[in-house]
Design a protein around this ligand. Structure first.
Ligand code: 6PG
Length: 255
């Protein structure tokens, strides 16, 4: 009898890589980033990628900012976007952009015009409209090459939180979303826009995520309750990068 996680993987044609620990997840994500950038730049002369906040991807960003990865990418052709943002200014400790600038962007030979942050410091609705219009003029009916996402213990991803209005967004590329449990506004890419990406990678680490991972990958519950289930790129390229703890597996059995 195959491992249930593996069976779920086959059933839904998802790729699920379980790695020993968070450092291995970061390394795998860095390799994916470099490969995706190489392919996109060779194909179209630019690579567009949306980054997430939170703690999990910080190890990835630190890897990309240093040897050997920093020398593996033509950063002048990389264009950064954000999957979501807190409604705070860029200098606020809560800012996803501020975190990415500190850990990654400040270390890269990249023109500032290649970085497209969401303006958390202005009215959320205005910021969402402005960001969505920029995405429309940049991508038209297309999407990003790669979206890097995390997942919360409640199954949220980006700022698509359970039972919030943004889950129903079918038209706009970026929306303002009030999250009652945080008593805060967030800016987030909508699921339909994320799903236009060439590829989506979900980086999930830690034992605290194991219950949600099991529900999401083995039982496929209601996406209203587990919004990460709204993420299924039309390209079919959905990659889960889990550490053994999040997968509820023994590290020895991880790849
Ligand atoms: C954010 C993120 C959010 C994050 C999850 C997981 O703005 O916080 O975009 O969606 O990916 O909350 O966060 P951790 O990686 O810290 O567990």
């Amino acid at each position: 009898m195959p491992d249930p996680l593996y069976a779920a993987n086959l059933m839904n044609d998802r790729r699920i890589n379980v790695l020993a620990d968070p450092a291995a997840v970061a390394r795998a994500a860095a390799e994916l980033f470099v490969q995706s950038a190489d392919e996109a730049i060779a194909r179209q002369g630019r690579f567009s990628v949306a980054l997430s906040g939170g703690s999990t991807p910080q190890a990835l960003y630190a890897l990309l900012a240093g040897e050997p990865f920093i020398n593996k990418v033509d950063w002048s052709k990389v264009h950064f976007y954000f999957a979501d943002e807190r409604c705070v200014g860029p200098a606020d400790p809560q800012s996803n952009y501020g975190m990415v600038r500190e850990i990654l962007l400040n270390h890269l030979p990249i023109p500032s015009t290649n970085v497209n942050r969401m303006k958390g410091e202005i009215d959320p609705h205005e910021a969402a409209i402005e960001y969505g219009q920029m995405l429309k003029s940049t991508f038209g009916d297309g999407g990003l090459d790669l979206v890097l996402l995390g997942m919360g213990e409640d199954g949220h991803t980006a700022s698509l939180f359970p039972h919030t209005a943004a889950l129903a967004e079918a038209r706009h590329r970026c929306v303002a979303n009030f999250v009652e449990k945080l008593n805060a506004w967030r800016l987030t890419l909508s699921a339909p826009f994320i799903n236009r990406a060439g590829a989506v990678a979900l980086l999930v680490c830690g034992q605290s995520k194991a219950p949600a991972i099991q529900r999401v990958l083995e039982e496929s519950p209601d996406p209203q309750q587990y919004p990460v289930l709204l993420i299924h790129p039309a390209s079919g390229n959905l990659l889960w990068l889990l550490d053994a703890a999040a997968a509820g597996m023994d590290p020895e059995h991880a790849t």
